[in-house]
Design a protein around this ligand. Structure first.
Ligand code: SF4
Length: 156
């Protein structure tokens, strides 16, 4: 049976991004995996109760809280969305996620540094952190080819 993949909804062109701008991720593997019906979709921030558009938010380096640019603490919404993502993975026996890099929810390698000045630091978003803690491997648009090599193989 094909491995299912948890995927960021914004990759598929859903209007879920904070700034109300749709950015579809076009890639032959996305098309193939769509045809194979592998995807289980989530936008953790929408599932966590936030709306479109919404204020940009970043993880604060010192406190690890997620705060919007105007200072509102949205950590609870981000954590709730991450929990929804984990629940979906557990319901569908998902071992792999393909999530948008640098998002404070979905980023898997780099995130913004909390200063809203476009600086990135090494780190994971809130959803990626939780999935990784539960041994779900998180990939991004930068590592999609690595994901392809692992699909449908008994590696866990
Ligand atoms: S939270 Fe994830 S799925 Fe939702 S818009 Fe941001 S990057 Fe895309």
């Amino acid at each position: 049976m094909f491995d299912k993949i948890l995927i960021s909804r914004c990759f598929l062109g859903d209007n879920v991004r904070y700034n109300n701008i749709v950015l579809t991720y076009v890639h032959p593997l996305i098309e193939l995996w769509q045809q194979q019906k592998r995807f289980i979709t989530i936008c953790p921030e929408i599932s966590g109760g936030l709306s479109v558009p919404r204020e940009p938010a970043e993880i604060q380096q010192k406190t690890k809280e997620v705060r919007t640019k105007s200072g509102i603490n949205v950590s609870a919404q981000f954590k709730f969305g991450a929990q929804q993502a984990l629940t979906l993975c557990q319901q569908h026996n998902i071992r792999f996620a393909l999530l948008k890099e640098s998002s404070p929810s979905c980023g898997s390698t780099l995130i913004y540094d909390g200063s809203f000045s476009n600086n990135k630091v090494l780190g994971e978003g809130i959803t990626s952190q939780l999935l990784t803690q539960h041994k779900i491997k998180v990939f991004s648009e930068n590592t999609i080819e690595r994901l392809e090599k692992l699909l449908d193989k008994a590696i866990c």
